[in-house]
Design a protein around this ligand. Sequence first.
Ligand SMILES: C[S@@+](CC[C@H](N)C(=O)[O-])C[C@H]1O[C@@H](n2cnc3c(N)ncnc32)[C@H](O)[C@@H]1O
Length: 248
Amino acid sequence: MSNAQLYDTIGATYTVTRRTEPRIAAQVWAALGDARTVVNVGAGTGSYEPTDRDVTAVEPSALMRAQRPPGAARCVAAAAESLPFEDQSFDAAMAFATIHHWRDPIAGLREMRRVARRVVVFTHDTSEAGWLHRFWFTRDYLPEAADLLVGRPSLDELAGAIGARTEPVLIPWDCADGFFEAYWRRPEAYLDENVRRGVSVLARLGPDVEQRAVRNLREDLASGRWAERNRDLVDLDAAELGLRLLIA
Ligand SMILES: C[S@@+](CC[C@H](N)C(=O)[O-])C[C@H]1O[C@@H](n2cnc3c(N)ncnc32)[C@H](O)[C@@H]1O
């Protein structure tokens, strides 16, 4: 299944839990600098699109395009690897929580670089020491998540492809956008089917892995094991879980 097809399958309930987190949006918009024209690649339902700039969205999934709110930026049906725009058509290109779905992320980033003078991408540091081991859900309940990284470019390779610098993105404890890591201090949330439906990692690992992880988490929450293992998290207002902006 291609990744556009993945979202044509799992995207129907996206807006139940997925929306702009204002504190992360502020960091993304600051990185866009004074760009007036912005292309948002892998735009989905329009989260993180700045309303004070001239935005063009690009989104391959018809189901995701259909859920863009009335008045959202115009949206072109296309994929990152082949953007239907002339060189340097935009002041900036942005991509949020999408490049891990692209068939060829390096090609997509080069396309963003080709069509825009500035590039801002929100993604993961997928190194062993990064995302997999920093977040308790992957570390303690979903070791299979490592399989999703096989053959994927490292953060350094992604950054190198477009000459980007990286900037950490801290996840607030009450993050409004329900992406995978969002509930790091609210572990009970992962017991909620609606929350899990907004997380593509779980769809990609399949129902057996998901059910086992939920079962184990439920037991550890009831026994106090989760609280004991994650004592250091309860006083944090924001966590560094390996999420990054690439800025070029
Ligand atoms: C997790 S959603 C993120 C959507 C939006 N950026 C947000 O933050 O809510 C990932 C999106 O990437 C899109 N996608 C998958 N493959 C793509 C590709 N090759 N090029 C562009 N977008 C792609 C999916 O259809 C989906 O809408």
